[in-house]
Write a protein that binds this ligand. Structure first.
Ligand SMILES: Nc1ncnc2c1ncn2[C@@H]1O[C@H](COP(=O)(O)OP(=O)(O)OP(=O)(O)O)[C@@H](O)[C@H]1O
Ligand SMILES: O=C(CO)[C@H](O)[C@H](O)COP(=O)(O)O
Length: 312
């Protein structure tokens, strides 16, 4: 019997960075090995119907969560699906597409962890939680440049969606194995997106690499640009890995080598001499992002996906 695909979930609010994160993970895994689907394609109503009904795309009732779950279970067992397509330009649905799973399936979207059944489909679950202020900047930029909205329209829409973000999107954080938050250094403008720091909450649900061997523990920003500590997230004890945007190439290479050393597939993907594009990602508005915190986050998630192939 051939091995079933490994399923990675990337969940977070609109413009939280799901597509951007996914692109780099696919680079590490080899794009030819990865099938990416967006669970926002399972919207039940088009844009006009949502406006008439006064419902937002974030509400569970506005999505075919049952069909999403069925499809993810089918992909997990290696079966093809006929996936709907929501067109963000027109606000309506295109003809469905035939999707066959590759070795790895990444399912990214708004409501990917909202039912117990759908959560059971994943091997690794990631939740993206940038500060709301940063997400608003990202959403305004993306939706004005790519989706034809004005800044006022985006702000008004975010305000309208806030109760559903609070009720249905943010609670999904509790189900994630890794919670990823990019954030600017306090007091610095977040415009230089390449220089953002990242805070990674590592829940003990999956086996994380023993980073104590290469990362300073219980340190502060001024002691080291890469730090590991203990904290609580939603009341539960967790490890927290922090990587600052100003980490040096040497610090980053050390951590990279340690993570890659454990997994033969990653060893080749991690070699900067053969892979000069490492850590470079094109954001959804076309900009090139080269950020060590982003690249290391993508590497750590790719590590978990590859590790899951040994556990299935
Ligand atoms: N890690 C990051 N560093 C810098 N900028 C980022 C990062 N992640 C996202 N962005 C910015 O935010 C914008 C929105 O990100 P992206 O399209 O990946 O979000 P999304 O969660 O996939 O959105 P949606 O679900 O609404 O489609 C990008 O165009 C990019 O400018
Ligand atoms: O949150 C979103 C994910 O990107 C979209 O806004 C959602 O899919 C609804 O789309 P539209 O903006 O077309 O109403």
């Amino acid at each position: 019997m051939t091995d079933r695909p490994i399923m990675l979930g990337i969940v977070g609010d609109s413009a939280a960075g799901k597509t951007t994160l996914t692109k780099g993970i696919a680079q590490f895994l080899g794009p030819e090995n990865v099938t990416v689907i967006c669970t926002d394609d399972y919207h039940r109503y088009d844009r006009k119907q949502r406006a008439e009904l006064g419902i937002t795309a974030l509400h569970p009732d506005c999505n075919y969560l049952d069909i999403m779950q069925q499809h993810l279970s089918q992909l997990r067992t290696g079966q093809p699906i006929l996936k709907p397509i929501y067109n963000h330009k027109t606000g309506t649905f295109d003809a469905p597409e035939y999707i066959k799973p590759n070795k790895f399936v990444v399912a990214e979207g708004l409501l990917g962890y909202s039912t117990r059944g759908v959560r059971a489909a994943y091997d690794v679950k990631v939740y993206l939680a940038p500060p709301e202020e940063l997400r608003a900047q990202w959403k305004i930029k993306r939706d004005t440049q790519k989706r034809g909205y004005t800044e006022e329209q985006v702000r008004a829409e975010m305000l309208k969606r806030e109760p559903d973000s609070d009720a249905y999107i943010r609670p999904q954080r509790q189900w994630a194995d890794l919670v990823v938050s990019f954030y600017p250094t306090p007091g610095h403008a977040s415009e230089g997106n390449g220089n953002l720091n990242v805070r990674l909450v590592l829940r003990p649900n999956i086996p994380h690499p023993d980073l104590t061997q290469v990362v300073t523990t219980n340190a502060t920003h001024s002691d080291s640009a890469i730090r590991l500590g203990l904290d609580r997230d939603m009341g539960k004890p967790v490890d927290v890995l922090e990587i600052d945007g100003n980490a040096t190439s040497e610090q980053v290479t050390n951590l990279e080598k340690f993570i890659c050393g454990d997994i033969p597939h990653l060893l080749a993907a991690c070699d900067r001499s053969t892979n000069p594009e490492l850590g470079k990602v094109t954001g959804t508005t076309g900009e090139t992002l080269q950020s060590y915190p982003l690249a290391l986050t993508q590497l750590l998630i790719a590590y978990h996906v590859l590790k899951a192939t040994q556990l299935r």
